[in-house]
Ligand binder design. Structure first.
Ligand SMILES: [Zn+2]
Length: 388
């Protein structure tokens, strides 16, 4: 068994320990110590990293009470080494994890919902509850957690005796009977957890619920605490400030301004589409009648306009009228005819122009990858019969 220094002192950043064993495992070495402050992966929290002697600790895992430190180079058995944690990372994880306990404790006390999923990544924390919560309820909970943080209440962790444990009402994900470690947020929560926590709630700084969504009959929310929350909020302020500057409106009026701009954009798109269709009608009107085929090539065109163009062209030609939107190698097409059964021709046409698609006897549509030249060659459009 490895002595878990983080259990009793979550703020221990440096320690000395004796190397018990060091075995090569693939590209890494698995090092065991007599004691450690490195927290192994567990309870939704990732493993600590840092340095041990002259080696980097890349991962830490626990197996039957023994903690394995996976390092990038070997250490000598029996040697006394100094371990140094990547403290900034660990502290931020403690802020987030302790914040999650406060939130889950309040959710359980107020609504009876259980925390059924917890992921603590760096800068990304999600919590799942087995009941639905509205935005208003989540805002109240967020405020309540931040009040509990400002009250700076004590957080204690201990291993109770069997009898003591049996008499306690605590939250737990696992049905553990032995070696249960409890984490108590004075006046707020009691929960079984193996991870290191802050000593007083003030260390959490703040808790922000970023967003929420329905998830498996309950709710999944993303949250951040402390320094992670500060950095996230700063990035959001900067983004809002930039939008506010671009639109020349106060920051809190940016949603209204963006909706206005999007509305204007929609109107312009509509006007542009109308103008394009008008130009197409003029083109079609200017076409002389022909017994052969007609081909049109346009850079950008929606399918509705393409169809209108084909309809106008069909009335002017004896063969097929084919309209293409896009560029060589990437076309969308609509082909129409008053006297050819295009549905039965679709396979042959597609084979010739590298296309896929189909439709009705009088009109087919799809996409193709041929060049404009190949398409014109196939439909027999050349010289003065070429139309744009
Ligand atoms: Zn926990």
């Amino acid at each position: 068994m490895t002595e878990k220094l983080y259990d009793m002192d979550s703020h221990l950043r440096e320690f000395t320990a004796q190397v018990r064993a060091c075995a090569k495992e693939g590209e890494r070495w698995a090092v065991t110590l007599d004691r450690t402050a490195f927290f192994p992966e567990g309870g939704g929290q990732s493993a600590d990293t840092g340095s041990l002697g002259g080696s980097r600790v890349l991962n830490v895992q626990e197996a039957s009470g023994v903690i394995l430190h996976y390092t990038d180079s070997p250490l000598k058995e029996g040697e006394t080494v100094r371990g140094i944690l990547d403290w900034e990372q660990r502290f931020r994880r403690m802020q987030n994890h302790s914040g999650e306990h406060l939130l889950s404790g309040l959710v359980h006390a107020r609504y009876g919902y259980r925390n059924v999923g917890f992921h603590l990544g760096d800068g990304d924390v999600t919590v799942d509850f087995d009941g639905e919560l509205t935005r208003a309820q989540l805002e109240e909970l967020e405020t309540a957690v931040n009040r509990a943080i400002s009250e700076n209440v004590a957080v204690t962790c201990w291993y109770p005796q069997k009898e003591e444990l049996a008499a306690l009402d605590y939250r737990s994900k696992l049905e553990l009977k032995e070696n249960v470690r409890l984490v108590k947020f004075e006046g707020y929560d009691l929960c079984a957890c193996c991870a290191p926590h802050v000593s007083r709630t003030g260390e959490i700084g703040s808790l922000h619920i970023l967003d929420h969504m329905r998830h498996r009959g309950g709710v999944r929310l993303r949250m951040l605490c402390g320094l992670d929350a500060l950095e996230d909020a700063r990035a959001r302020y900067l983004a809002t400030a930039e939008i506010s500057g671009l639109l020349s409106v106060p920051q809190l009026e940016t949603p209204k301004a963006v909706r206005r701009v999007l509305g204007e954009l929609e109107e312009l798109k509509q006007a542009l589409a109308d103008s394009r269709r008008q130009v197409l009608r003029m083109k079609a009107d200017a076409m002389p009648e022909t017994e052969g085929n007609l081909c049109f090539f346009e850079k950008e065109m929606d399918m509705l306009s393409l169809r209108e163009l084909v309809n106008a062209g069909m009335a002017k030609c004896g063969g097929v009228c084919a309209a293409f939107a896009g560029k060589d190698g990437d076309w969308k097409y609509i082909i129409g005819s008053r006297n050819t059964d295009l549905r039965s021709m679709a396979k042959e046409i597609n084979a010739a122009i590298g296309g896929r698609g189909g439709g009705r006897p009088e009109m087919i549509q799809g996409s193709c990858i041929a060049s404009r030249q190949q398409i014109e060659d196939y439909f027999g459009i050349a010289g003065d019969k070429k139309w744009n």
